[in-house]
Design a protein around this ligand. Structure first.
Ligand SMILES: [Fe+2]
Length: 203
């Protein structure tokens, strides 16, 4: 009989930490949600998107100084991470940044953020039951004869608390399961782009 080897390939990595000064930020984000969800002053994009829930504009960091402050803090932590991991990242830029709020039965379909480093701050998630799920994109699998269920781990729940931030490859497919409670779930998402800008030549 020949020996057949099994090799695990392409493990995903998600970084996580608790955001310092979170309580102050939490209140201010909740105030933005309150205003945007109860008044005409809302910045929700006109086009359909993957978030089937309430949300602010893609460039909310330009509209709300508090989002800019949070992104500056995230930027500092990213610089620390880049140094620790010895990544080759000369420049960091915020591309898009927005707040999501999920009312009852609202959710986000599986999607990705293309080529960026995606950050999610979990602002108010403990009193609702929606989950942040990461999906494996290759999903062909063989079931063993002695397996009584078709349960598989192609979808994995990320356990988080209020104030946690996760950083992940923006091309990773993820979703948010429906919020079955009456309590609103709030998150802040930011897409960071790492650039290798060239100095302008003399003209
Ligand atoms: Fe997303």
């Amino acid at each position: 009989m020949i020996q057949i080897n099994k090799t695990e390939v392409n493990k995903e990595e998600i970084y996580s930490f608790t955001l310092p000064n979170f309580e102050e930020y939490q209140n201010k984000i909740k105030q933005i949600v309150l205003v945007e969800s109860n008044s005409n002053i809302n910045t929700t994009p006109k086009q359909e998107c993957n978030v089937k829930a309430g949300r602010t504009a893609w460039n909310s960091h330009r509209k709300y100084p508090i989002i800019n402050d949070i992104n500056n803090d995230l930027n500092d932590i990213l610089i620390q991470l880049i140094k620790n991991e010895n990544f080759d990242v000369p420049n960091i830029k915020v591309g898009e940044s927005w707040i999501n709020w999920y009312g009852k039965n609202q959710f986000a379909v599986p999607h990705h953020h293309k080529d960026c480093l995606a950050a999610v701050l979990f602002v108010d998630v403990e009193s609702s039951d929606a989950s942040f799920l990461v999906h494996k994109t290759s999903h062909y699998m063989l079931q063993k004869k002695n397996e009584s269920t078709t349960y598989s781990n192609i979808i994995q729940k990320i356990n988080v608390k209020n104030g946690h931030v996760i950083l992940f490859d923006g091309s990773l497919v993820h979703s948010v399961s429906p919020n079955l409670t009456d309590n609103t779930r709030i998150t802040l998402a930011t897409n960071f782009y790492f650039t290798y800008d060239k100095d302008r030549s003399e003209y």
